[in-house]
Design a binder for this molecule. Structure first.
Ligand code: GLP
Length: 244
């Protein structure tokens, strides 16, 4: 779906999320949301916060799982996805802190395998993700599933692509400070979500959006694995859609 402007598009996405939360509330059920970081979803979170404050949208039945986190990374670090999520969403809504799950960038190396399996198990325990919000990196990554990621991959430690580190460098004041690794949900974890929305804004995403939508399904562009998901929508602005 192509919108002339990302602001209007973000409001529509927030409305869909709010509708799902309310539907689950009426059924007395938990709403399990998979959430993303990066600049793309910021406006969606802003709108959800507004709906909470002005329209009484409650998040008390909401459980969240974030896609990824740098490794190593302290939660208090301003570059952490932990910090990002609290700053843009969790600090401003009525979600139970116990319902918030973000991969922990402080897990010691010898414990990461068990930690990732446990993250995967928790998602399953809640009955899987009802909704997954995604951005896309220039390498075609979703979460931090870089080129080479397997279709069947689960939550795991990944080595970040050079391009990803270059793109992250400004916020880390230089590439030398960008972590080399991350914990990310896998392709399979994401694909199991019942509903997926990927956000793409601006012309610098146009090339990867074209490859993702029109290219062959390939581990070299992990986002192409979304092509055969039964309920996935790409929400784009005219810039990101300009090469389609
Ligand atoms: C990071 C995140 C991704 C995100 C990507 C794009 O790499 N791990 O989940 O999609 O950035 O970021 P942006 O939305 O700022 O373009």
């Amino acid at each position: 779906v192509i919108f002339s402007d990302s602001n209007e598009a973000s409001i529509r996405v927030a409305e869909e999320i709010a509708e799902l939360i309310r539907k689950k509330q009426n059924q007395n059920r938990t709403c399990v949301l998979g959430l993303a970081t990066g600049s793309s979803p910021i406006r969606v979170y802003e709108e959800l916060v507004r709906m909470h404050k002005e329209e009484g949208l409650s998040f008390q039945n909401v459980v969240t799982f974030n896609l990824d986190e740098y490794l190593p990374m302290e939660k208090s670090n301003i570059q952490s996805y932990h910090y990002f999520m609290h700053e843009h969403l969790f600090n401003h809504i009525d979600i139970d802190p116990e319902n918030v799950h973000i991969p922990d960038g402080t897990v010691p190396p010898e414990e990461t395998v068990a930690y990732c399996l446990d993250y995967e198990r928790k998602i399953k325990e809640y009955g899987g993700l009802d909704f997954q919000l995604l951005g896309i990196g220039r390498t075609g990554h979703i979460g931090f599933n870089e080129p080479g990621s397997h279709y069947n991959s689960g939550t795991r430690v990944i080595t970040l692509d050079h391009i990803t580190r270059v793109d992250a460098a400004p916020s880390f004041l230089g590439i030398a400070n960008v972590p080399r690794k991350a914990i990310t949900m896998g392709i399979s974890t994401v694909r199991k979500a019942k509903r997926i929305i990927l956000l793409g804004w601006g012309e610098n995403k146009a090339e990867i959006i074209k490859k993702t939508i029109e290219g062959e399904i390939s581990s070299q562009v992990p986002a192409t694995y979304l092509q055969n998901h039964s309920n996935c929508t790409f929400i784009l602005d005219t810039g990101a859609a300009s090469e389609l």
